[in-house]
Design a binder for this molecule. Sequence first.
Ligand code: G3I
Length: 365
Amino acid sequence: MSSKIDRRRFLFWFAGVLASTIWSSKSWAGDRSLFLKDYAAKNDLLYGAATLHSFLRRDKDFARRFVEECAILVPENDFKWYKLRPTPQSFDFTKADWLVNFAEVHDLKLRGHTLVWYQALPDWFAAEVNATNAAEHLTNHINTLVGRYAGKIHSWDVVNEAIEPKDGRDDGLRITPWLKYLGEEYIELAFRTAAAADPQALLTYNDYDLAYDTPEHEARRTATLNLLERLKAKDVPVGALGMQAHLDAGKARFNAKKLQRFMQNVADLGLKILVTELDVVDRSLEAPSIFRDRAVANIYREYLEIVLTQPAVIAVITWGLSDRYTWLKKFRPRDDGAYVRPLPLDRDLQPKLAWKTLAHALRYF
Ligand code: G3I
């Protein structure tokens, strides 16, 4: 009995080693003529990734691979308030300008992330912003930033993560400083201000935990749909839903029907859909990287096979491109100290099984 199991384990391990060797070999990578953006383009989709200005500027190999694989770039942090707003009166556009220029030079589309969020606010925010001046701060920030890059941004995450059913409100909205000072209208105000400042950009509502078949995710899907319906009923210029998709290889599974129904409901409102922050946490998986890579790739495949059946989807964006640079290193480290492997490229910028899975799903679903 036990030798049977051992043999099975060995065969499983051997297949993994073989696959991993083939997919990480330099010669294979060198022979490739198509990148993720090319597979996506064949299916009228955009593929891209989030990253920081500092990674692109100081790591030339990473920048080269980024431009090869991606058609769209998302500033992971450099467009957030805490990066742009040294004081209540001023803006520092140094890094944002660098990214806008990088995108132009390399023919990348650019997403703006994010105009209104309850996190990543500057230190001065809490003492400065109140019910009297919140609307002015919000509109000044949006007018200045969106106006500066008008015509250069593919889509803006206008409002990020405004839903939190656990906060206990009937409408499922998250209790944030913006909500406290301005009421639900802060969302409408943000979209209308952004639309006036850049009529060309696709204006997106972006949120997380919409994918799984759990009561929590179901509540978030319901609250998100209700919010989008309220906005559309008031002719608020929202153009798309961003589904973040920070997935976890050790968590609950998808229910294709429920997820597809949710997405169809969103599409029926006349909205586009973007997968905006896809990655797969490998924290709970056993150590050998070949096992982890296989499990992570499977989650990419399962998720994309469901969501890419919806024609309203226009883009798939991973939250990082290479395991060399991922927020999960710091936010979801492994207990065994091993490097986390949530993204399409490994630390050496070589494609993993997740890359192959993405390429296939982008092309054929
Ligand atoms: O810049 C400092 C650096 O100087 C310092 O050495 C280092 C020490 O740990 O911290 C650095 O700043 C951190 C920064 O990430 C860069 O690593 C911040 O403390 C940390 O708060 C920041 O986290 C970002 C987080 O949003 C909060 O803004 C993550 O990188 C970023 O991936 C994450 O992205 C969010 C999306 O915007 C919205 N959706 C969820 C997603 C994941 O949380």
